[in-house]
Write a protein that binds this ligand. Structure first.
Ligand code: ADP
Ligand code: ZN
Length: 684
């Protein structure tokens, strides 16, 4: 299948000028009918990698996707772009289901979305084998993994379906780790090695930032306040917290709701639907708010509590800014988070090797939280990619104030060891600062040589030192003794004086309090009013069509419109995200907002050619025929060509008189033929 068919469709149907990095190769392989496993970051543009090949190939592409709401949005998006797509899910109205069957029977359907539950019924298998399925695309392929929290037992049936239908499978996921990858290959491809594409993990439009907790509710509220009116997610560690924080958000004047796994399915769906449709809603959620979130224009994600691993962190912040426009994140963390996450791993049911690996993943996240230079470099290094300092994270924005913390760390280790590795951070701080509490006195710890040796910091300072030590896994809470901190082997070199260690000062002293990531506006000042006007138009259109705003146009497309201000439909057609169908549907409406006037009426035939060379050829043919309506001498009987004739000439570009004559007929050929040929030759 030639690449240019792909790029032509990319332009025509989806309105994109170019593939995103990596997409081109994947589209080629899938279009050629290879078995493919593609690992792409969230927002990398996975859906396009099966939607486009589906249009290039004969037959129907079956798409298995885990969530109904997500399928419906994709199907609606495709239909808006003029693609014959349908879904069979329990959420369908009978009419929708009938329409899908009719299109299937007529051989018109190109993409059939199916909920995994349907795979369980024998009827489905029979139906599918008659439906002319020529490829299976599996979205969120990591749902086959029994270890992941997204496990969907019905996904295990895909392997058998692939065998029965004997068609290629293209599987997609954003999950990075080796184990999950191996599991996908084993279960979906029966160990027949598919072609694997591993796309870079960088999401350069997402700003990264961490802050140590210090009045955490206030920190989150301030972050949200600075981004009022933008859609965002706040992830919390517990269900109760989602409710309380959502309430606080509302009191602060935001549109906010909570979401967690303990809610009724209906209530959850309502939140999902509102979030996807409304511009500027904040959802305060547990990680249960995850896969169902396919909204490309989430502008920020905040963590009110530390995620459980670096992979979880990456996936959660990755929900922001899928449309490629700027997005911001803030992750809060504290010693309590570290303790909680460690104990969750230790108390979990997983086998020992798994637990070890989970501690490792948590350590990687803590390393990121306590990083001393560019966070993106640290994050990408974990995923095996080299990177230069990014200039787009909190540490690049404001390099941290660091100091040699070796001495402080040794004092803590000494306190830990001399008290028998039996106490938590609070008690250790009492010993270090010489706080003679009842407990300290009872246990006689006031006579230890370490008692009161830590005058250089206050309670807050030592707490931050201990948190940083936990973050580097020098100290770990003991799973069997609640909260007791024990020394790990990683601390030995420091204890023995073989190694030194830098610590951050700015999370220790109150004076240089946390800096919040600055708010960046999406466009510069003079374009902002136009952008809001375009958004208002989009909101009106989306409410009218009852689809999410981004289905009309994503933020990025509106930003480009506001910045480049296209003055004609041709210029509009060159904006990223404006495909042929959408130009036809919405082009004039948005043009009107930009030019502030009614656009001159354009013949539909001409509109179809907008943005292409053929468009300007058409215009010149039109001009030429207007000049010749009454012949070169200006005295003949008026004669003209219809818009469809002109469009045909512009499209087919006949190179000689005979070809032109076939389109124009004799009379018109005589009047316009020679002049038209000149125009065509001129256009090359
Ligand atoms: P993923 O499933 O990988 O998270 P999506 O398929 O939802 O990502 O795509 C994310 C966003 O990127 C969508 O809004 C999509 O329209 C847009 N997109 C995809 N491919 C391109 C491209 N080649 N050029 C511009 N935008 C694109
Ligand atoms: Zn950076």
């Amino acid at each position: 299948m030639p690449r240019d068919t792909g790029t032509a469709l990319l332009r025509e149907v989806f309105g994109f000028d170019a593939f995103r990095p990596g997409q081109g190769e994947i589209v080629d392989a899938v279009a050629q009918g290879r078995d493919v496993l593609a690992i792409m970051p969230t927002g990398g543009g996975k859906s396009l990698c099966f939607q486009l090949p589906a249009l290039m190939r004969d037959g129907v592409t079956l798409v298995i996707s885990p969530l109904i709401a997500l399928m419906r949005d994709q199907v609606r998006g495709l239909q808006q772009a003029g693609v014959a797509a349908g879904a069979l899910t329990s959420g369908n109205t009978p009419e929708e289901t009938d329409a899908v069957w009719a299109q299937l029977a007529a051989g018109e359907l190109k993409l059939l979305y199916l909920a995994p539950e349907r795979l369980a019924s024998a009827g489905t298998a029979r139906m599918l084998s008659r439906a002319g399925i020529s490829m299976i695309a599996v979205d969120e392929a990591h749902c086959v993994s029994q270890w992941g929290h997204d496990f969907r037992p019905d996904y295990l049936k895909i392997g058998a379906l692939r065998r029965d239908l004997d068609v290629p499978v293209a599987a997609f996921t954003a999950t990075a780790d080796e184990e999950t990858r191996a599991e996908i290959i084993a279960r979906l491809f029966a160990d027949c090695q598919p072609q694997v594409f591993l796309r870079g993990f960088d999401r350069p439009n997402i700003h990264l930032a961490f802050s140590a907790k210090d009045k955490p509710r206030q920190q989150i509220l301030e972050f949200a306040k600075a981004r009022r009116g933008q859609s965002g997610i706040v992830y919390c560690g517990t269900r109760n917290k989602t409710e309380a924080l959502a309430q606080a958000m509302r009191e602060d004047g935001h549109a906010a709701c909570h979401y967690h796994g303990g809610m009724e399915a209906d209530d959850r769906r309502t939140v999902e639907a509102r979030f996807s449709r409304e511009d500027g809603l904040i959802v305060v959620a547990t990680v249960a708010f995850g896969m169902g979130v396919d909204k490309p224009d989430i502008r920020w994600v905040a963590h009110a509590d530390l995620p459980k691993s670096i992979e979880a962190y990456y996936q959660e912040i990755g929900r922001a800014g899928r449309d490629g426009a700027p997005a911001e994140t803030l992750t809060l963390f504290g010693a309590d988070d570290i303790r909680l996450r460690r104990s969750q791993i230790d108390e979990g049911m997983a086998p020992p090797e798994r637990r070890m690996a989970d501690h490792g993943r948590l350590n990687a996240l803590l390393g990121l939280a306590e990083a001393l230079d560019c966070r993106r470099t640290v994050l990408l290094r974990y995923f095996g990619e080299a990177a230069e300092p990014c200039g787009h994270c909190d540490l690049c924005d404001h390099p941290p104030d660091v100091f040699d913390g070796t001495e402080a760390v040794r004092k803590v280790l000494s306190a830990v060891l001399r008290t028998g590795e039996t106490y938590g951070a609070g008690y250790l701080v009492d010993v270090l600062t010489g706080n003679l509490t009842d407990k300290v006195r009872q246990r006689g710890h006031d006579s230890l040589p370490t008692f009161g040796v830590g005058k250089e910091f206050d309670k807050r300072g030592w707490t931050a030192v201990i948190r940083q030590m936990m973050g580097r896994d020098l100290l770990r809470p003991d799973a069997d003794r609640h909260g007791a901190l024990v020394m790990t082997d990683a601390a030995l070199p420091v204890l023995r004086g073989q190694d030194t260690l830098c610590l951050r000062r700015d999370s220790i002293s109150k004076a240089s309090a946390q800096r919040m990531p600055a708010v960046k506006s999406m466009v510069n000042e003079e374009d902002a009013p136009l952008l809001s006007a375009l958004k208002a138009k989009r909101r009106a259109l989306s409410e009218e069509a009852r689809v999410p705003a981004y289905v009309i146009f994503p933020d990025r497309t509106l930003i480009e419109m506001a910045e480049t201000r296209p003055a004609s439909l041709d210029a509009m057609a060159r904006i990223n995200g404006v495909g042929a169908k959408k130009l036809e549907r919405y082009g004039s409406a948005f043009l009107q907002v930009i030019t502030g006037a009614d656009a001159p009426p354009v013949h539909p035939m001409r509109r179809k050619l907008a943005g292409r060379v053929e468009g300007s050829v058409y215009d010149r043919l039109m001009q030429t025929q207007a000049d010749l309506t009454r012949g070169t001498c200006g005295t003949l009987k008026p004669l003209s060509c219809s818009a469809s004739i002109l469009a045909k000439v512009a499209r087919l570009k006949p190179g000689d008189t005979a070809g032109l004559q076939r389109i124009l007929g004799d009379k018109r050929q005589e009047r316009f033929g020679a002049a038209f040929l000149d125009v065509l030759q001129d256009a090359g």
